[in-house]
Every structure is written in structure tokens, then in C-alpha cells.
Design a protein around this ligand. Structure first.
Ligand code: AKB
Length: 341
């Protein structure tokens, strides 16, 4: 007999960190994780079994398939946008081949136990590609089906995997004698930049906002790599985790789309600097735009239209910009660095 479980890939990353704690509080089901690095002890404590290995290792996925009956997958493992531009082939392997392996894993799980496997996939605003700043300013909030011409390897990977997920859910082996689709219940969120008070991202291009805040909280100077007027959507990490859980729990019949935008606030880099300075008045924050990374952020939308998520599964972020700083980021981050050795 296999043990029923929830599988989380990339569990040691920023989203995994918050997700595992929340899942452990609300679900009786054992949590099985897969990450290339061992989990931090406090996160590992919330899991039943931790696999240290790669999503590219199919024999490891076969072992998990043999040992666990999984009906919920959070596939979080990915190389982010900046990192992916330096190693595009590795990014394609991890972000696309890795996702294909996980979709195949979910398909085989679904075939083995007969229930659709709910598969949560975090996509990104990197799936968008605005051609120039005038267009970005003119279009404002973008809908899911608009401007999907990504300019980065990561964005291309995310957009393609959204399509792969839809294929597995609706058309998998459509010419086979027996119907095989429907075993993977693929659900995708397009996340904006995420800001956590607990973890610092690495390898992303939206990292300027969390980096600015974490540097200020540690009394370190920070030179922001985008212009002050740069604007993209962001959300607080607890809202990102809540969104994943809420979409996972939504009744299938209420979901009219495969891919949903989610956003919460869309400040400029200058507005973020002002909020950070209000909390840490001695912070030294300057602007030293890196025109190549700036070029990537300039293709991302100024904001997203998340009305479909709100209508279909009740997406409702708890934190707007002011509340996010006042009630989540600033108090939590002060506590975090006060405790740091
Ligand atoms: C990145 O910057 O690569 C990510 C993202 C926007 O998906 N944070």
C-alpha cells in the first residue's frame, strides 16, 4: 500500500517555505518534498519525507510514485528570470523538462489511483512581454490573454508550461483508443513579484523590492538596479501562499480558466524606497540602474487584471501596499534581524 501524500517540489525556495508551514497547519495529509538542497530544519520538521534530488531525475520521481499516492502537487521548482538569462539551456531543462517530468508523474499518479491529481503551477508576470514603455504605460492592467510575448527564457518557459499543463489536463494522448486526459487537474497562477519578510529571493528580476527592504533592515546600503519610475505588480508572500491554497481547494466546476493573474499592489521603485525609508529612516538607498535588467522589467506589465481569479475562486489579497508594510513586512523583518545571530 502506498501512503497518501501531498508533493511539493522546490520546497526549500521562498514560496515553499511559507506554503509548507501553512499546509502543515491545515492538512492532516503527509507532506513529501523534493528539492536539490536539504530543507532548513524548521521547514523539514513540517514534512513527512524529504527527498533531496532533482526534478530531472526520473528514477527518483518513479520512487516517489511507487511509495506515495499523491493527489495534490505544488510544483514550485524553477530557475528565476535573471539566473535563467545567464544559463538559458539549464533554465530550459529545469523549467520545461522538469515541469514535463512532474506533469508525467501526476498523469501516472492519476492513472494509478483513478482520481485527478490537482497540480498547482506558479507562472509569472514574466509570461508577458510589452514592446516598449509607452505601450506599458498606455495598457496599464493586462488580462491573461493579452501581450503574451515573453522576452526572457524564464518567461518563455513559464508560458509554454502553462500550455503543457492545459494539454495534460484536456488533450493528453488525444488519439489513444481509451481516453486518458483528465487525470491532471492543472491550475495555474501568474504571480507578480513576491515580497517576503522572512526570506530573500535570489536569481529574480523583481528582486529589487525585497532586496531594498532586507538591506535596509540589516543596516546595509543598497543600490537599486532599476530606475525610480519602474513599476510592476507585487504581492505579500502570505497572500501568495493563501492564493495557492485557495486555488487548490476551489471546486473544479467554478474554474473557467486554466491560468489566473493575481496581484495586490503596483508601486514604483521610488514608492517602495519611500516606504522602506519611513520604516528605516537611516537606510541608504540609491538608484544605479542596470540597463539590461531594467530592459527585462520594462517588458513586464505595470499591473495585472486579476478579476477572473476574484470572480471564479474568491481571490482576495489581505494586504494592500500600506498594510503590507505596516502589518507584515516591517514588524516581521525587524523581529527577524533582531533575532539573527
Ligand atoms: C523573477 O523576477 O524572475 C520572479 C518573477 C517575476 O517571476 N520573481
Amino acid at each position: 500500500m502506498r501512503t497518501a501524500a501531498i508533493l511539493i517540489t522546490g520546497a526549500g525556495g521562498e514560496i515553499g517555505h511559507g506554503l509548507i508551514e501553512r499546509l502543515a497547519q491545515q492538512s492532516e495529509k503527509p507532506i513529501v518534498t523534493l528539492d536539490v538542497r536539504p530543507l532548513e530544519a524548521e521547514v523539514a520538521r513540517c514534512t513527512s519525507q524529504e527527498f533531496v534530488g532533482s526534478i530531472l531525475d526520473r528514477s527518483l520521481l518513479d520512487r516517489i510514485l511507487a511509495e506515495f499516492e499523491v493527489d495534490l502537487v505544488f510544483h514550485l521548482a524553477a530557475l528565476l528570470s535573471t539566473r535563467s538569462e545567464f544559463t538559458p539551456v539549464a533554465a530550459h531543462e529545469v523549467n520545461v523538462d522538469g515541469t514535463l517530468n512532474l506533469l508525467e508523474f501526476a498523469q501516472r499518479q492519476g492513472e494509478s489511483h483513478g482520481k485527478p491529481v490537482v497540480f498547482l503551477y506558479p507562472s509569472s508576470i514574466a509570461a508577458y512581454g510589452l514592446p516598449d514603455l509607452d505601450t506599458k504605460a498606455r495598457v496599464g492592467k493586462v488580462k491573461e490573454n493579452e501581450w503574451t510575448k515573453p522576452t526572457t527564457m524564464y518567461g518563455c518557459n513559464k508560458l509554454y508550461c502553462e500550455h503543457l499543463g492545459r494539454y495534460y489536463a484536456k488533450r493528453y494522448k488525444q488519439l489513444a483508443a481509451e481516453p486518458l486526459a483528465g487525470k491532471v487537474d492543472f491550475r495555474c497562477l501568474r504571480f507578480p513579484g513576491l515580497i517576503s519578510a522572512v526570506t530573500v529571493p535570489s536569481g529574480g528580476t523583481s528582486d529589487f523590492a525585497p532586496e531594498m527592504l532586507h538591506a535596509a533592515a540589516q543596516g546595509k546600503p543598497y543600490a537599486c538596479f532599476v530606475r525610480p519610475d519602474t513599476r510592476i505588480p507585487f504581492m505579500a508572500m502570505p497572500d501568495a501562499v493563501e492564493a495557492l491554497l485557495r486555488l487548490a481547494a476551489a471546486p473544479r466546476l467554478s474554474l473557467n480558466h486554466t491560468v489566473y493573474n493575481v496581484g495586490a499592489f503596483a508601486p514604483s521603485a521610488q514608492e517602495i524606497r519611500e516606504l522602506v525609508l519611513a520604516a528605516f529612516p537611516n537606510a541608504e538607498i540609491s538608484f544605479a540602474p542596470d540597463h539590461k535588467r531594467q530592459g527585462i522589467v520594462d517588458t513586464w506589465p505595470a499591473d495585472v487584471d486579476d478579476s477572473a481569479a476574484r470572480a471564479d475562486w474568491g481571490y482576495a489579497p489581505a494586504y494592500d501596499l500600506e498594510r503590507c508594510f505596516a502589518e507584515y513586512l516591517v514588524p516581521t523583518i525587524k523581529q527577524r534581524y533582531a533575532q539573527a545571530p
